[in-house]
Ligand binder design. Structure first.
Ligand code: GLC
Ligand code: MG
Length: 536
């Protein structure tokens, strides 16, 4: 892909870091992270080289889905602090030259949001049509077969007004009716509220869910469903998600952003590459970054990775900027998926691919999914579908800062437990360790941010044999060759189609840094390297 000549924007050149606020740093010792806690840790993020922070929801919420059920879009949940704390956080972030991205949850509200309470109050309520209400079928059953992501039917019966309402997630998260212009205006005003405060962008929750089929047709049965999967997977959500009209909505959100200076929008979208690309919009007038979740689910295999990366690069529309993600609060952590030594290779991949990387908090110290005993499970996805290992608690545990009490997260018992080995695995310990994950992340970030070839340069695939993945990053005369061994066994890189000479700038095995290489390289198992090529 060609390096574009024009100036790159902060969200193209930079590195995003996702904070799950409940678990980052507790300042008032209630066992739950909060905004003043985040402020205390900004210097850490700045010294790591992070340029933008995305916060999972911090708004008033009954916490049925840990903040993704919002009861007031323009407030701060007292657990996290006050609006003054938020203003201070924003100021402190900006003073450090960083940006702040908030989570916007436009698809659904909390069932305790005043809009829903009003909507639910009677069939003639002026806000009745703000949500999706439908009559029962003649036999009393739900309007159609749609299923909720968190188990069971997506329709909840309301005894009082004798209709069903639709909820794609929990029944405590009724879906808004985005076909109603008043709903559209209300949510665009929420965006304006935060943009006026100076927030730099939004990560838009479940963007592909926002509009449903106007005829509410039944979803087709998924012939590939297996019993170990979530019940939601029984059907193919052909009519409940990714409807053509969603693009008009995303476009109108983009227009709001474009009335301000350099604000941006990331869309949470779990769709195949061809569908994902449509969320950039024709003329790139929709999401700046439709989240690219390829690396979250792909088999850790060099051939598959190479082919998916190249497909993604190739499918980008003109002007569409790529992005990459290894983990988030909904997915198992990378270390738990590929193991600790491959997680180092994964870090190198994330931070040397072309496009904006988003780092999930704690991945920079190799945090693993923490086993949570059954009686401590809190995530509704885990509670509603027990036995399927679907709880997201393991990837949401407190940040491991030091070897002290509760890992320096809180003086009180944290809302989720820490792993037994946090005394060995924490930020403070790794700051001293030149072979640790944190050092690798910080070197990768530094190199990436210093080198235009890495943060904005071209990406060129290099033909390699499994288990090796290789590519070039190029800007002007500067060229880096990235070689990643995706296996535990040694392998050789002996290309017959080109010659090269250079020096290893960065290696997952730091002892190899500074070594010269020419025309062929041998790699240990789990070794990844970034080679600065000599100009011939
Ligand atoms: C998104 C969030 C997830 C939440 C869901 C419902 O997928 O990332 O955490 O449960 O939306 O809001
Ligand atoms: Mg607290």
């Amino acid at each position: 892909m060609k390096e574009t000549q024009h100036k790159h924007l902060w969200w193209q050149e930079g590195i995003i870091y996702q904070i799950y606020p409940r678990s980052f740093q507790d300042s008032d010792n209630d066992g739950i992270g909060d905004l003043p806690g985040i402020i205390q840790r900004l210097d850490y993020l700045q010294s790591l080289g992070i340029t933008a922070i995305w916060l999972s929801p911090i708004f008033p919420s009954p916490m049925a889905d840990f903040g993704y059920d919002i009861s007031d879009y323009c407030g701060i949940h007292p657990l996290f602090g006050s609006m003054e704390d938020f203003d201070e956080l924003l100021r402190e972030v900006h003073e450090r030259g960083m940006k702040l991205i908030l989570d916007l949850v436009p698809n659904h509200t909390s069932s305790e949001h005043p809009w829903f309470l009003e909507s639910k109050s009677s069939r003639t309520s002026p806000k009745r049509d703000w949500y999706i209400w439908k009559d029962a079928q003649p036999d009393g059953s739900a309007p159609n077969n749609w299923l909720a992501m968190f188990g069971g039917s997506a329709w909840e019966w309301d005894e009082e007004t004798q209709q069903y309402y639709y909820h794609a997630f929990l029944k405590e998260q009724p879906d808004l009716n985005w076909r109603n212009p008043e709903v559209q205006e209300a949510m665009l005003n929420v965006m304006r509220f935060w943009l006026d405060k100076g927030v730099d962008g939004f990560r838009v929750d479940v963007m592909w869910h926002m509009i449903k089929d106007s005829q509410f047709r039944d979803n087709p049965v998924n012939p590939n469903y297996r019993e170990h999967q979530a019940t939601y997977e029984r059907l193919i959500p052909a009519y409940s998600t990714d409807q053509p009209e969603v693009h008009d909505i995303v476009r109108s959100m983009r227009q709001v952003l474009d009335a301000y200076d350099e604000r941006m929008m990331i869309g949470e979208i779990y769709l195949p590459i061809d569908k994902l690309m449509t969320y950039y919009g024709t003329d790139s007038k929709e999401a700046h970054l439709p989240f690219n979740f390829l690396l979250l689910s792909i088999d850790w295999d060099a051939g598959k990775l190479a082919s998916e990366i190249n497909q993604y690069e190739g499918a980008l529309p003109a002007g569409g900027w790529p992005n990459w993600v290894l983990g988030n609060h909904d997915q198992p952590r990378i270390t738990s998926r590929v193991g600790q030594s491959q997680a180092r290779v994964a870090a190198m991949l994330l931070l040397t691919l072309r496009g904006t990387p988003t780092i999930y908090y704690g991945d920079e110290i190799g945090m693993r999914d923490v086993p949570i005993p059954p009686d401590e499970v809190q995530d509704p996805q885990g509670l509603n579908m027990p036995g399927l290992n679907l709880s997201r608690d393991p990837q949401r545990t407190p940040m491991q800062w030091n070897a002290g009490e509760n890992a320096g997260f809180s003086t009180e018992r944290p809302w989720l437990r820490l792993p037994d080995f946090y005394k060995r695995q924490n930020v403070e310990a790794q700051q001293e360790d030149e072979f640790g994950m944190l050092t690798l992340y910080s070197k990768l970030i530094r190199l990436r941010q210093q080198e235009p070839a890495l943060h904005v340069g071209e990406y060129k695939p290099v033909v390699t044999k499994s288990p090796l993945l290789g590519y070039l990053r190029v800007s002007g005369d500067t060229r880096f060759l990235v070689l990643l061994n995706l296996s535990h066994k040694p392998c050789y890189f002996t290309p017959d189609h080109f010659t090269f000479e250079g020096t290893i700038a960065l290696n997952t095995i730091p002892e190899r840094e500074g070594t010269s290489v020419k025309d062929q390289v041998y790699l240990s198992g789990d070794e990844g390297m970034v080679i600065r090529l000599k100009n011939s």
